[in-house]
Design a protein around this ligand. Structure first.
Ligand SMILES: Nc1ncnc2c1ncn2[C@@H]1O[C@H](COP(=O)(O)OP(=O)(O)OP(=O)(O)O)[C@@H](O)[C@H]1O
Ligand SMILES: [Mg+2]
Length: 298
């Protein structure tokens, strides 16, 4: 791993000023909605180059000092999820945290049925949503057309989408921009529309992967309220966000992933505090590596 890669990992701005750090409304936890049992997900990449092994911090330092990477050719296996087990319940909103590449998106895709487990099982009660909506939206078409496409993909009828159209547009805050092609939207506008469509029907299991990161403070607050409503209607919500403040405001439980494994699974305050400590330690170590690199090149 190059030092640049490491730098990109530390993107954990706490946007406390953006979002009130109040915990989500208390909710009685219901029956299991998602059961993940000893899940392993492995990506197979053909015709690529890769490091021979995942670097420990010691050999990472050596590699940087050597200014090179040990690479092999041919077929590569990336073990993105390595033995994850947990049970989610109706009425829970679960935050997934972890550094870049720790497996958060992979875990959500596996729960959504978009990636097959290489080992283990996933049981989902109901239909998982969001990733499905993102997949069907078309950038060349207007927001209006995409509301219809996304709504139909969620199982709403044409009439139901028409009835909810104004509400969806209001929620997205797009205004007249909804009549422009989606490719003209900023990242935040696109994310807001996806979120608005995804939550138009009350999904059984809603998964939000970074979608809130680009929204502004007002949109995040509306999203938080919508997540509370979905939980109130016995849905289960998974939220991936790099901001621990957002996670604390939206989640009743937090799972911390690292290198495809669960480090901690518990109440938001405890887990995010431990995670922040870990990130701080990594930052200090990064500084040490930089200093060693500077010393070696001097
Ligand atoms: N399509 C893919 N093919 C091969 N490897 C992949 C693929 N997608 C992800 N990976 C690898 O799987 C691991 C987990 O990636 P994943 O995207 O799940 O991480 P993440 O926690 O969502 O990271 P981020 O915070 O950057 O979004 C990483 O090592 C990544 O390189
Ligand atoms: Mg991701």
């Amino acid at each position: 791993m190059a030092a640049n890669d490491l730098e990109e990992e530390f993107d954990y701005e706490a946007d406390l000023e953006d979002l009130p750090d109040h915990p989500p409304t208390a909710q009685v936890i219901g029956d299991p909605s998602v059961i993940v049992n000893d899940l392993h997900v492995t990506y197979h990449v053909v015709g690529s180059r890769t490091r021979a092994s995942a670097p420990t911090n010691d050999n990472l330092l050596k590699k940087i000092l050597r200014k090179g990477r040990s690479l092999t050719g041919g077929h590569t296996e990336v073990k993105a999820i390595r033995g994850v087990s947990f049970t989610a319940h109706h009425g829970e909103s679960i935050g997934l945290i972890g550094t870049n590449g720790s497996g958060k998106s992979t875990l959500l895709k596996a729960i959504a049925g978009l990636l097959a487990p290489s080992q283990g099982e996933i049981y989902v009660s109901g239909i998982p949503s969001l990733l499905g909506v993102s997949a069907v939206l078309m950038k060349e078409l207007t927001g209006e057309r995409n509301v219809m496409i996304g709504g139909l993909a969620l199982g709403l009828s044409r009439k139901e989408v028409d009835e909810r159209f104004d509400e969806i547009v209001d929620f997205s805050g797009l205004g007249d921009a909804v009549y422009l092609p989606m490719k003209t939207y900023s990242a935040g506008m696109g994310a807001r529309l996806r979120f608005a469509i995804s939550t138009a029907a009350t999904p059984d299991v809603l998964m939000i992967d970074e979608a809130l990161a680009t929204g502004d403070a007002g949109f995040r607050e509306r999203s938080r309220q919508r997540i509370d409503e979905i939980r109130g209607e016995a849905g289960t919500v998974f939220v991936v966000a790099h901001s621990t403040a957002s996670i604390r405001a939206m989640c009743t439980r937090v799972i911390w992933l690292d290198q495809g494994q669960i480090v901690m699974d518990g109440d938001p305050e405890t887990v995010t505090n431990e995670y922040r400590k870990h990130v701080k330690e990594l930052t200090v170590r990064r500084e040490e590596i930089r200093a060693a690199r500077r010393a070696s090149s001097a």
